[in-house]
Design a protein around this ligand. Structure first.
Ligand SMILES: [Zn+2]
Length: 72
């Protein structure tokens, strides 16, 4: 019954062809699909995963919500 699990079983990372992890928001909605190997998170828009490397968010960097570093 879970669309998330069906998606996850079908989708692999377009770069390394590895398995993806679901990233859920606070409301339990599927927000993104993460590849731990590439440290990329592919966005899910209106329930449709966008499996494009140029659309992916880097997991190597901290979220923009916490500007702890002062820059150069
Ligand atoms: Zn990957």
């Amino acid at each position: 019954m879970s669309l998330d699990h069906r998606l996850l079983s079908l989708l692999v990372c377009p770069i390394c062809k590895g398995p993806l992890q679901a990233g859920h928001g606070d409301d339990g909605r599927l927000l993104e699909l993460r590849c731990p190997a590439d440290r990329l998170a592919f966005p899910v828009r209106d329930g449709i995963p966008v499996m494009l490397e140029e659309e992916a968010r880097s997991l190597a960097e901290p979220p923009a919500a916490s500007p702890a570093e002062a820059g150069p």
